[in-house]
Write a protein that binds this ligand. Structure first.
Ligand code: SF4
Length: 99
């Protein structure tokens, strides 16, 4: 019996599928809280690089979200609590192939 190939994290993530929604399930209504957020931990903790600070605004690439929720916890504990987090609607979002 042949051994199954070892997959890296990048391999596993590359096999996942995303069903993008038109509307973001992640949002910030009070951008001033982000401007005053010293650490901006959402940018640091997201392995999918969903968050980027760009020209005095937090850019959110919700299409790449892995739905881990790490950004939500980071924002509430180390940030200014501006992030409004929800799962994508219905059948939208990531479809994991390898758990
Ligand atoms: S951690 Fe929260 S408050 Fe800070 S930049 Fe990110 S979303 Fe904004």
């Amino acid at each position: 019996m042949a051994a199954s190939p070892k997959l890296t994290v990048a391999d596993r993530l590359g096999a996942d599928a995303f069903a993008s929604d038109k509307e973001s399930h992640l949002r910030v209504d009070a951008m001033d809280l982000c401007r005053q957020c010293a650490l901006k931990p959402c940018i640091q903790v997201c392995p999918a690089q969903v968050y980027e600070w760009d020209q005095d605004r937090l850019r959110i690439r919700f299409e790449n979200c892995l739905e881990l929720g790490a950004c939500r916890i980071a924002c509430q504990t180390l940030g200014n609590g501006a992030l409004i987090w929800a799962f994508p609607r219905g059948t939208k979002g990531i479809q994991y192939r390898y758990g």
